[in-house]
Design a protein around this ligand. Structure first.
Ligand code: OTU
Length: 620
């Protein structure tokens, strides 16, 4: 630490028994925090100056640390002593909306036995804090970070849920939407009432001059329903930066007050028992004219500073970067050994490339993604998944999709919309009216893999294989895999959003269905499609748990000797995974004797992979 004075501000507010361990963690991460924040805010702390601001921040952090429960302190200590705890191959994630899964938070608690049956240890509940009244982007427009959405329960229900989950060995992950707040958040209301300090927490421009200059190089996340990146709000004093929907106001992270307040928001939630934060839209936190204002160095410094705070005052907590950016931009979100950033980062290129491989029956793009995926710093991992609540975004693959990437990815999106002759998929193209451009694709995995159109037993079996193939890739990649609610039961698209005016223009609702109780009741009946999917997945999950070569963070090597339709990966010397993404049988020559670890059997010589078949093999 630059001076012990700062450390003392934090330590002074702690009870005796917390002081020594906190001092130790401060010694490790305090200097990093000071350096990062001095770099970002050294000249922006008003007349009182940076030192006064930083000292107050330290005192606030100390108070929040002291407010953690004894159980959370014990968990912090355990995890600080074993920083790789979340990389274990027995970790499994599950993601869902509260309302769609359990009705409310108490309903989610009632499903804990089901999560345990699946082997879930990490539950990501999509936004459940008080959202904007009216349209709110599925809860991603937050009105109050300190209140549970009253439709889903109370703060006490949240604390009870985190306690029950902790007892069941499940870490609760909450979204922490860092980039923006709702236009009815207290800060936005104050900004509209003319409060200058509140306005300074946003990017507000009196005229179009700067917005126009920025627009020249900015992208668009929702080109159809929310074109442009600025919204005119007379009461706020002009054009407000709104990257996403017009009612989501981007925060101005160059303002130190925003940093201090949001860090406190995070720690208050952590004190309610949230063990992981999905840091939404991390790529957008820092704006710079002449760029697309994504992945800026300062955005990384901010995330590293939040990480240093977590390491000092809540070391049991995980940070997960949601940065939907090209593969080459991803590693920075995990930081380095000297400056760790997030613990986990979504690997959206891997996810999207799996779908391209299915559409093209060729693994070229997928192989390029694997090739571009570097080994990781210690105690960090990718998050692997087949679907999430957002679209499958194609743009992240532009580099890997080569020279004609736009046309190639547009073709994939047409395929998954069922617009290509012979396509088995039934999804929707997201946010693009131009048939030559690719933005994203929507739809439940089962509908995108052909279950919705399957008319025969054979077609149904093929759809199942495709679903298991994609899940198998996510489960064996050497990442933290997260299942998306409903996929484990092969649930289909939900068209009901079209009848809801507030959702009808956002086809991501196609794949946000209500948990299907009936399918769930059939999950052990292999004669049903849901039972076949559930049991197939359960087999993969069992196999994964038994092999630490598939743990998160474990490296894998691309094997070049497989035919174009097949992805072959070596996980160390002893484990091999093979995925046939083509409808035609493919051959792969095995060297030596191998044991199938999913469905027991011994294999040697030339292996024939049937249509969409997959093998996980251990050396005999
Ligand atoms: C995130 O998404 C959330 O996951 C979305 O559900 C929200 O709408 C959005 O932020 C605003 O809070 O680019 O990195 O293409 O993939 O909006 C942030 C659609 C994002 C999403 C995109 C995304």
């Amino acid at each position: 630490m630059a001076s012990d004075v700062f450390a003392d501000r934090l330590l002074a507010v702690l009870p005796d028994q917390l002081r020594a361990p906190a001092a130790q963690r401060l010694a490790a991460s305090g200097p990093v925090l000071h350096r990062l924040l001095a770099g970002l805010y050294g000249d922006h702390c008003g007349h009182a100056g940076f030192d006064a601001w930083f000292g107050d921040l330290m005192a606030a952090l100390g108070q929040l640390h002291a407010q953690r429960s004894p159980e959370l302190h014990a968990q912090d200590a355990q995890r600080a002593a074993d920083p790789n705890w979340f990389l274990d191959q027995r970790m499994l994630g599950y993601c869902t909306y509260v309302q769609k899964f359990g009705g409310d938070l108490n309903g989610v608690a009632r499903r804990i036995p089901y999560l345990q049956e699946l082997g879930v240890t990490y539950l990501h509940l999509l936004p459940f804090l008080r959202p904007r009244a009216g349209e709110n982007d599925g809860g991603f427009a937050v009105t109050s970070f300190d209140e549970v959405d009253p439709a889903l329960g109370s703060n006490a229900d949240l604390e009870s849920l985190t306690e029950q989950l902790r007892g069941a060995g499940v870490s609760l992950c909450s979204d922490l939407i860092l980039n923006h707040v709702a236009d009815d958040h207290a800060w936005a209301l104050a900004a509209k009432a003319g409060d200058a300090q509140a306005r300074a927490r946003f990017h507000v421009f009196p005229d179009r001059d700067l917005p126009d200059r920025h627009e020249r190089t900015l992208g668009q996340v929702f080109p159809q329903v929310a074109p442009g990146n600025f919204t005119y709000v007379e009461a706020a004093g002009g054009w407000v930066w709104t990257t996403f929907y017009p009612y989501q106001w981007d925060l101005n992270w160059s303002n130190p007050d925003v940093f201090a307040e949001m860090a406190a928001v995070m720690l208050r939630l952590a004190n309610r028992g949230i063990e992981a934060f999905r840091l939404d839209s991390t790529a957008f936190l820092w704006k710079r004219e002449g760029t697309n204002s994504m992945n800026q160095p300062e955005a990384h410094q901010l995330l590293q500073a939040l990480r240093a705070i977590v390491d000092i005052v809540a070391p049991g907590v995980l940070l997960k970067a949601e940065a939907i950016v090209p593969t080459r931009e991803l590693p920075a979100y995990l930081g380095s050994a000297e400056a760790p950033e997030c613990h986990i980062a979504y690997h959206s290129s891997l996810m999207a490339a799996g779908w391209v491989a299915l559409a093209e029956q060729d693994t070229e793009v997928l192989r390029a993604v694997v090739h571009n995926t570097p080994d990781l710093p210690r105690a960090a991992t990718w998050l692997s998944y087949v679907r999430c609540h957002d679209d499958i975004g194609w743009n992240v693959l532009r580099a890997e999709a080569g020279e004609n990437s736009a046309a190639r990815l547009a073709a994939a999106s047409r395929f998954f919309a069922g617009a290509t002759p012979g396509s088995y998929a039934r999804g929707a193209i997201f946010q693009s009216t131009d048939p030559n451009a690719a933005h994203g694709s929507n739809g439940m995995a089962a509908s995108l893999t052909g279950l919705q159109t399957a008319a025969t037993e054979e077609e149904r079996a093929l759809a199942l294989r495709r679903m298991l193939l994609l899940h198998g890739l996510a489960l064996s990649f050497g990442a933290l895999p997260v299942l998306y609610m409903g996929d484990e039961l092969a649930m289909l698209n939900d068209e009901s959003y079209l009848a809801r005016p507030e959702h009808a223009m956002d086809s991501r609702w196609l794949h946000r269905p209500v948990f299907d109780q009936q399918r769930w009741e059939h999950r052990h009946d292999a004669d049903t499609t849901e039972g076949a999917m559930y049991e197939g997945l359960a087999q993969l999950l069992r196999a994964r748990r038994g092999h630490d070569a598939l743990a998160a963070g474990a490296p894998r090597t691309l094997l070049a000797d497989a035919p174009a339709g097949v992805l072959a990966l070596a996980h160390g010397e002893r484990l091999l995974t093979l995925f046939n993404f083509s409808a035609a049988p493919q051959q792969y020559a095995l060297v030596g004797a191998w044991r199938d670890v999913v469905t027991p059997g011994l294999l040697t010589g030339t292996l024939t992979l049937a249509t969409y078949a997959m093998y996980w093999l251990a050396r005999e």
